[in-house]
Design a protein around this ligand. Structure first.
Ligand code: IMP
Ligand code: MG
Length: 179
């Protein structure tokens, strides 16, 4: 499909499925090299968006590893920012372990900053970040992005797990919004 319509908006193809797989192959190779001496790393997949990337990435891991699926829920609380982040679904004890966050996309990095802050309370040995997509022009945080599949401009995109108001996650290609 060259174009898709989701809700009120049109999207055109931006990254084909085969290009996605090639980019994941490169990232997977780096992770395999870095993790070869680590004891059972835990991949923490951040739902919902990263389900497809997690699946394709994990199939290329050839060492003993675990995968766990988490979700960040924000609710209003009495803090300086007015927002409290709660991590749902962390069933694995990550204390003293190597954790690899698996994200679909890092845009401004707000989500990542919140997630890393929550995870650090559990005292892992180290936290690495693997994201399929990175918007370098939007990302202005200090947390190093250890593994990025592709760097993309600040366009709004859907597909391969990413949604526009919950639609488009099932698409095998990535589509960008037509303005
Ligand atoms: P952040 O700005 O890095 O915190 O990104 C927050 C979240 O916004 C990501 O995890 C995605 O779920 C979503 N997001 C950011 N950019 C896009 C996009 O282009 N399309 C769809 N979702 C996006
Ligand atoms: Mg996400």
């Amino acid at each position: 499909m060259k174009r898709v319509k989701l809700h009120d908006k049109e999207f055109e193809i931006a990254i084909r499925h085969d290009q996605i797989q090639t980019a994941i192959g490169v990232v997977a190779q780096k992770i395999r090299e870095d993790m070869k001496n680590e004891y059972i790393p835990v991949f923490l997949s951040v739902l919902n968006g990263s389900f497809m990337f997690t699946s394709d990435l994990l199939k290329q891991m050839d060492f003993n590893c675990e995968v766990s699926f988490v979700k960040l829920a924000s609710y209003s609380g009495v803090t300086s920012t007015g927002k409290v982040q709660e991590l749902l679904g962390l069933s694995t004890d990550i204390r003293g372990r190597t954790v690899i966050i698996v994200e679909d996309i890092v845009d401004t990095g707000h989500t990542l900053v919140d997630l890393v802050a929550v995870l650090k309370k559990h005292q892992p040995k180290q936290i690495k970040v693997a994201t399929f997509l990175l918007k370098p022009d939007a990302y202005d945080k200090d947390i190093p992005i250890d593994y990025a599949g592709m760097k993309i401009p600040n366009d709004f995109i859907v597909g391969y797990g990413l949604d526009y108001d919950q639609l488009g996650r099932n698409l095998r290609n990535i589509y960008k919004i037509v303005n």
